[in-house]
Every structure is written in structure tokens, then in C-alpha cells.
Design a protein around this ligand. Structure first.
Ligand code: NAD
Length: 294
């Protein structure tokens, strides 16, 4: 099948490559030329704009940083809507504000274009091995139509509800991940300051109730002082801002999220925005002047 793919960063690149490996013809676009070149070497054809992608493909996947980027690509000059037809389906896999998905779905529908939101969890490793968890909002019939394509990139794809429900689910995921990393960092600073080897603490508790996928993924990074992203602190700031905005709109107070967001903002202000979000540990390391290392 001919598929358009726009946004070839840490996540989009391996997802696009998996679609090529599965035998699909990809037409790709990104504003960063090196990112395009890498996927073209893997077999994709490059387009000059999002509009051209839409002129050539009925199914278009977008994997962009945040709501403004997706709005530009879909509704902006030389964007998807300028090149789309009434047969076009847009699957936006970016993590953005649910309200932005709802707003864009309305604009798309006015032109007969179908849009669903389908953000992912799992990070770069699962994007590479095609085992992402995909959470989807929008028309169930469109979800059913693209399900097999989603399952090339993911191990699961769950229809969560109407347009925006995928991104609402993703925000819940991001709140849990951020608070979990903060809890792990706080607890491991406690044990480190008290003189217990963090690897011993990890080995002792990872199989118990405190164990988590987050702890298993992040403690090896933290104890090696390896904060290469992965998932950048700046992207997690974006997600928690979207969570607070959504929480305020629907009447759900998020006091813990607000606190961790301020910790992330402090790290951003201190120059750590491009670090992996396991860098939340650095917040505690700066407070105490002590590193959590093996
Ligand atoms: P990234 O910054 O590595 O990639 C984004 C890509 O979009 C870049 O290549 C950029 O050039 C491109 N882009 C930006 N504006 C564009 C435009 N107007 N037209 C065309 N291309 C444009 O980000 P990422 O880590 O790949 O994340 C993408 C999305 O996936 C984000 O919403 C993020 O929150 C989400 N996500 C990331 C991870 C992760 O671990 N990195 C995990 C799950 C979800």
C-alpha cells in the first residue's frame, strides 16, 4: 500500500522503516533533510511538502512533536488539506493535546478528510522493534480500516473512544511515567545518601510491589549516568503542560503532575532539556550534591 509519512525523528524514522520492511511504498516528508535521507536510503520516496504527500497518498501518518506542528502540517500553507481528497485518511500518531485533535478533526471533516488520533507508548526501542502500544481515538470504522497498518508498528492498538481519546489516554500514561521516574529518583537518592548501593536496592525491590517497567528501564541508565534520549525532558514538559491544560478544562486537579512539571522546568532552565527524562534524577542530584551511581 502507498503510505505517506510526515515527521521522521527519533520515533517516526524507525516506524517508517518498519512499514517499508513490511512491503509498503512510503512517500515521506520532514523539515530536516538528514532525517529524510536516512529513510530514503531504506527505500522511501521523498516529497517536497506535506501537500505533495497528500496528493500522492490516501493514507498519511504524522509523527510530530506537539499540537502546533501537527496543525501546521495538516492545516497550514502547503499542508495536507491543500493536497487531500475526500478519500484521505490522516492517522496522527504524535502526542498532542486532545482538544487540538478535536479541533483538527472538525477542519478535516469540512473537507471530507478523516482524522484519527493514535499516539504511542514504548519509546525508541519499541518503535525500532515494532512493538509500540498504540491508543486510538476517533471513528471506529476508520480505526478498523487502518488496524493492520498500525499493527506493523505496534504490538497492540486499542480503540479508546471518540476523537481525542487516544491523546487523553496518552496523557494519563505520561503522568504515570513522569511521577514514577520522580518517585524512583527520590527513593534511590534516599538509599544512596543512607549509604546503600543502588544496584542492591534495585535487585532487592524490582520483583516486589514497587517494581515497574519504568524502574527497570531507567535505573540502569541513572546508575550509569547515561541520560542520552530516549524521551527528552522537553517533550515531557510538553506532555505535562497538555495534561494540566486538559485537567483544568475537565475539572481534574493534578497536584503531583504540577510539582513534577516544575522539577522538569528547573532542569530545562539549567540546560538539561535534551536529556532523557530519566534525568529527573539530576534534580535530586543537584539538591544533594550526590550522584546515584553504581
Ligand atoms: P523528534 O523531535 O525526534 O521528531 C519530530 C520530527 O518532526 C523531527 O524530525 C522534525 O524535524 C519533524 N517536524 C517538526 N515540524 C515539522 C513540520 N512542520 N513538517 C515536517 N516535519 C516536521 O520527536 P520524537 O521523539 O520522534 O517524538 C514525536 C512524537 O512522539 C512526540 O509527540 C512525542 O511526544 C511522541 N513520543 C515520543 C517518544 C520517544 O521516546 N521519543 C515515545 C512516545 C511518544
Amino acid at each position: 500500500m502507498k503510505i505517506g509519512f510526515i515527521g521522521l525523528g527519533i520515533m517516526g524514522k524507525p516506524m517508517a522503516k518498519n512499514l517499508i520492511k513490511a512491503g509498503h511504498d512510503l512517500i515521506v516528508f520532514d523539515v530536516i533533510k538528514e532525517n529524510v535521507d536516512d529513510v530514503v536510503v531504506a527505500g522511501a520516496k521523498s516529497a517536497a511538502s506535506s501537500k505533495q504527500v497528500a496528493q500522492e497518498c490516501k493514507l498519511i501518518i504524522t509523527m510530530l512533536p506537539n499540537s502546533p506542528h501537527v496543525k501546521t502540517v495538516i492545516m497550514g500553507e502547503n499542508g495536507i488539506l491543500e493536497g487531500a481528497s475526500e478519500e484521505t485518511i490522516v492517522v496522527d500518531m504524535s502526542s498532542i493535546a486532545p482538544s487540538a485533535s478535536q479541533e483538527m478533526e472538525k477542519s478535516c471533516a469540512e473537507k471530507g478528510v478523516k482524522l484519527i488520533d493514535a499516539p504511542v507508548s514504548g519509546g525508541e526501542p519499541k518503535a525500532i522493534d515494532g512493538s509500540l502500544s498504540i491508543m486510538v481515538g476517533g471513528d471506529k470504522a476508520v480505526f478498523d480500516e487502518v488496524y493492520d497498518i498500525l499493527m506493523v508498528m505496534g504490538a497492540s492498538a486499542v480503540h479508546c473512544g471518540d476523537i481525542g481519546a487516544g491523546n487523553t489516554t496518552k496523557l494519563a500514561n505520561q503522568v504515570i511515567v513522569a511521577l514514577n521516574i520522580a518517585a524512583v529518583s527520590e527513593a534511590f537518592m534516599l538509599s544512596t545518601k543512607a549509604g546503600v548501593d543502588p544496584i542492591k536496592v534495585f535487585d532487592a525491590i524490582k520483583g516486589g510491589l514497587a517494581g515497574s517497567t519504568v524502574m527497570n528501564a531507567k535505573i540502569p541508565m541513572i546508575t550509569e549516568g547515561n541520560f542520552k534520549p530516549g524521551f527528552k525532558i522537553d517533550l515531557h514538559i510538553k506532555d505535562l503542560n497538555n495534561a494540566l491544560e486538559t485537567g483544568h478544562t475537565v475539572g481534574a486537579p493534578l497536584p503531583l503532575t504540577a510539582t513534577v512539571l516544575e522539577m522538569l522546568q528547573m532542569l530545562h532552565a539549567d540546560g538539561f532539556g535534551q536529556y532523557d527524562h530519566s534525568g529527573i534524577a539530576k534534580y535530586y542530584e543537584k539538591l544533594t550534591g550526590t550522584e546515584i551511581r553504581k
